[in-house]
Design a protein. Structure first.
Ligand code: GAL
Length: 458
């Protein structure tokens, strides 16, 4: 009863906002993109208090996304101000500047591609003919002709988060439509329409589209986006999702908790949020820490002052360590050489795309110095370990890693590859010590030195 009342109130608010937009030619999406007041957002408990139950469910799987999806998404850089020219330029850029070769293949339209603002009861779902005069199929064909893939966005409500027509009651029809267009990835966003819904209701709407996508016969990666609510990580894989958000929208900040009051999470917030959720991630189903902020430089559609190059590098490295999807959120046509160097480091991408698919979490002496210094690790398919020595504070610190102490392996000797320096040192038989500057993450690959064996070096 209470849920119905809240939902009805939310619908009325969205309807009124939508009508006011329709009446005012000069309105922008910020008039209708309602960021929930903090009091309305379910509060997050400490990561340690999060349940670790893996629930049972319908056990659906499309077999896709065996490694975390990599690509680009339009929302954080452009909001709903997207169009065919921007998308074609983005496709051209990714296909030619080294990003595609590095593994970034999904070019994802987020909210705002649709023709109509307002309820699905009143409008069909179709592409905005002004923004996309050639239609979405032509865009997908274009992406495919360049070796890329095209993603699209919808949601299970009458409207999406930005107030555009949603898929409610038309799941099978929309899945078929997306398949006929050649869509490869769907972000299906229940955050706004089902924000206050009980878990069982969210599960049901995620399931409806999951089944519809499977029935469409086209392999479409399925992002069940629910902003970190309803414990999606516990059940979304069972409902056929390939990725789900573990938190609200990312702000363009490394460490600025003030923005959480405005609904946004910074890089450290999201890492903390995910640290106890690593076990829910794996091949085909990933914890999504939200889009990459590298290159936004304070120009996000949301909030954030931007980060230093070191902070963006740490953010990218850590998203790779925790196996988050890697979706660039900035304007790829304007990436600096520093941003390009960060985004295309093949050794970081190898950590993200490792076939074992183990998401890193803090280990061993994981919380030194009151939690300012953290050690994250993940096992790699080849028997090596990827390690992040993360200095969350602003002061340079000496940090160390010991395979026996921190990874609990019985290695006597090991070598260390610094994947930002592209340098291998060792062998070592004592803890490896290194200086880590403020907000830096030293990313290392540790290889056991096996007596009388030739160790393959990367
Ligand atoms: C939010 C979502 C954002 C973006 C936006 C579009 O719910 O978290 O990533 O998709 O909706 O309206």
């Amino acid at each position: 009863m209470q849920y119905r009342t809240i939902l009805r109130t939310a619908c009325v608010v969205i309807l009124l906002a939508t009508q006011s937009v329709a009446q005012s030619q000069s309105s922008t999406y910020t008039d209708i993109y309602t960021i929930p007041p903090l009091s309305a957002v379910p509060t997050f408990t400490s990561p340690l208090a999060i349940s670790t139950t893996i629930s049972t469910g319908p056990n659906l799987s499309n077999g896709l996304a065996q490694t975390p999806p990599m690509g680009w998404s339009s929302w954080n850089g452009f909001g709903p101000n997207i169009n065919e020219t921007l998308l074609r330029d983005t496709i051209d850029t990714i296909a030619s500047n080294g990003l595609m070769e590095a593994g970034f293949v999904y070019v994802n339209l987020d909210d705002g591609w649709q023709h109509y603002l307002g309820n699905r009861l009143d409008h069909p779902l179709e592409a905005d003919p002004v923004k996309f005069p050639s239609g979405i199929k032509a865009l997908a064909d274009y992406a495919h002709s360049k070796g890329l893939k095209l993603g699209i966005y919808s949601g299970p409500g009458q409207t999406t988060c930005a107030g555009y027509t949603g898929s409610q009651g038309h799941e099978a029809e929309d899945a078929k439509l997306f398949a006929s267009w050649g869509i490869d990835h769907l972000k299906y966003d229940s955050c706004c329409a089902y924000q206050f819904a009980p878990k069982s209701v969210v599960q049901q709407v995620i399931l409806s589209m999951s089944q519809a996508l499977l029935a469409s016969g086209r392999p479409i990666v399925y992002h069940a986006c629910h902003c970190g609510w309803a414990d999606s990580w516990e059940w979304a894989a069972q409902y056929g999702a390939n990725q789900w958000r573990i938190g609200q929208d990312i702000s363009d900040d490394f460490d600025y908790p003030g923005n959480r009051m405005k609904y946004f999470f910074d890089v450290l917030d999201l890492l903390d949020r995910g640290n106890s959720l690593a076990q829910f991630s794996g091949p085909g189903h990933w914890n999504d820490y939200d889009m990459l902020i590298i290159g936004l430089n304070g120009k996000s559609q949301h909030v954030g002052a931007g980060c230093s190059n070191v902070e963006y590098r740490t953010h990218f490295s850590m998203w790779a360590m925790v196996c988050s999807p890697l979706l660039i959120g900035s304007d790829v046509r304007a990436l600096s050489s520093d941003s390009m160097e960060t985004l295309t480091n093949p050794e970081i991408i190898a950590i993200s795309q490792d076939l074992l698919g183990q998401a890193a979490a803090t280990v061993g002496v994981g919380n030194q110095d009151g939690g300012t210094l953290q050690v994250y690790a993940k096992a790699m398919e080849d028997g090596s370990y990827a390690v992040a020595l993360l200095n969350r504070g602003g002061v340079t610190a000496d940090m160390s890693i010991s395979p026996q102490r921190d990874l609990t392996v019985a290695w006597d000797k090991y070598t260390v590859r610094d994947v930002w320096k592209h340098e291998t040192t060792g062998p070592y038989d004592t803890p490896y010590m290194v200086e880590v500057i403020g907000h830096e993450a030293k990313i290392l690959r540790l290889y056991e030195v096996v007596p009388n064996a030739t160790m393959p070096l990367p």
